[in-house]
Structures are given as C-alpha cells and as structure tokens.
Design a protein around this ligand. Structure first.
Ligand SMILES: Nc1ncnc2c1ncn2[C@@H]1O[C@H](COP(=O)(O)OP(=O)(O)OP(=O)(O)O)[C@@H](O)[C@H]1O
Ligand SMILES: [Mg+2]
Length: 171
C-alpha cells in the first residue's frame, strides 16, 4: 500500500535537520530529492540533515551565494556511503546552465554514486525525471510545515521513511 504524502509540523531549525536526517537514512545512490519553499524556509537546514542521515559530516553543508552545485564526500573511514550533491537551482535559468554543473539528461552521471538534493527544484522540473521525493517547506505560525510527496519509485519507499520519522519521534 503506498502513502504518497506525509506532513510534519516542526518548530525549530533542529527539527528540520532531524526530518532531513530521518529521510537521509532511507536514501541510496541515485535518489533525487526536490526541495521547495520560499526564501529562508529551511531548505538548506534540511539538506544538512540529509547529509547527517547519509553518514556525512553535516557541517560541510552550506549555501554560499552564487554556488550552484556542491559535492559532499564521506570521510575516508566511511568510504562506502554515497556522496551528496547539493544543487541550488535558484539562479539556473536555462538547460545550458544545468550542463555546466554536470547535469545532462535526467542527471544520470551525477546520480551514479550520489544522492542529489535540489533547492528550488520546480525551476528545473523537466530535467528531473519521474522518480522524485518532493519536500515542501512552508512557514506557519509555530515554525514550518514540511510536506513530503512521493513520485515514481519513491512511493514504495514512503513506508520506510515514515518508520524512520517515527523512530526519530517526528511522526
Ligand atoms: N522548523 C523550523 N522552525 C523555525 N525556524 C526554522 C525551521 N527550520 C528552519 N528554520 C530557520 O529558517 C532559516 C532559514 O533556513 P535555511 O537557510 O535552511 O533556508 P533556505 O530555504 O535554504 O533559504 P534560501 O532560500 O535562502 O536558500 C534559518 O534561520 C533556520 O533557523
Ligand atoms: Mg538555502
């Protein structure tokens, strides 16, 4: 049975990191995570959590202005976990620009040994393929509402993600 949508109410930036962490624990190389949410919603915080859930150092994750893609690698002793490729599509305005960051087709090459997380993913929707976990972060009076929606093969992973969120005390 598929559970395509999950909503989580969060109150602090740490909660957002924890949601990312719970999701990151369920990710494998090839996975693409599409983030949406207005300026300052918490997208980068969530990516920090993904890094941590994958076994990478969350302090590597940053969001410098004008950097469209960053790659975070495991420490040597954890060489078997996937890389995390962090794309900020905010300033990507045409398909040519996507190619300059190594994304062609549906990103097959970049995805080969990496989990890919994309801020402002809607801006490059046609280049993303069919298998996406959408994470929408919205401001609300007591923090942020985070909505996960599964497309394609993510539908079969939603149960594992919910379990992981439950184990983290988030759902
Ligand atoms: N659940 C939450 N409740 C309250 N504040 C939060 C929550 N999650 C994140 N924040 C705060 O939101 C702010 C912005 O976070 P972040 O930089 O991750 O946003 P962003 O969506 O990546 O922004 P940009 O669009 O500029 O890239 C941070 O100050 C963070 O502390
Ligand atoms: Mg950001």
């Amino acid at each position: 049975m598929s559970m395509p949508t999950v909503t989580i109410q969060t109150r602090t930036a740490d909660d957002t990191v924890c949601v990312g962490e719970a999701i990151g624990r369920c990710c494998r190389a090839g996975d693409v995570i599409a983030l949406q949410g207005e300026l300052g919603a918490g997208k980068t915080q969530l990516v920090r959590g993904l890094a941590s859930g994958l076994g990478l150092n969350p302090r590597q994750v940053s969001s410098p202005t004008f950097v469209m893609v960053q790659e975070y690698e495991p420490a040597e002793e954890k060489g078997d976990c996937p890389l995390l490729v962090h794309i900020d599509a905010y300033r990507i305005s045409c398909p040519d620009e996507l190619e300059t960051i190594g994304w062609s087709g549906h990103g097959e090459e970049l995805r080969e040994n990496a989990v890919v997380a994309i801020e402002w993913a809607k801006l490059i929707r046609p280049a993303l393929g069919d298998d996406l976990l959408w994470i929408e972060i919205e401001h609300c009076p007591d923090g942020r509402r985070i909505t996960l929606s599964a497309e394609g093969n993510w539908q079969t992973k939603m149960q594992a993600i919910q379990q992981s969120l439950r184990e983290a005390g988030l759902a």
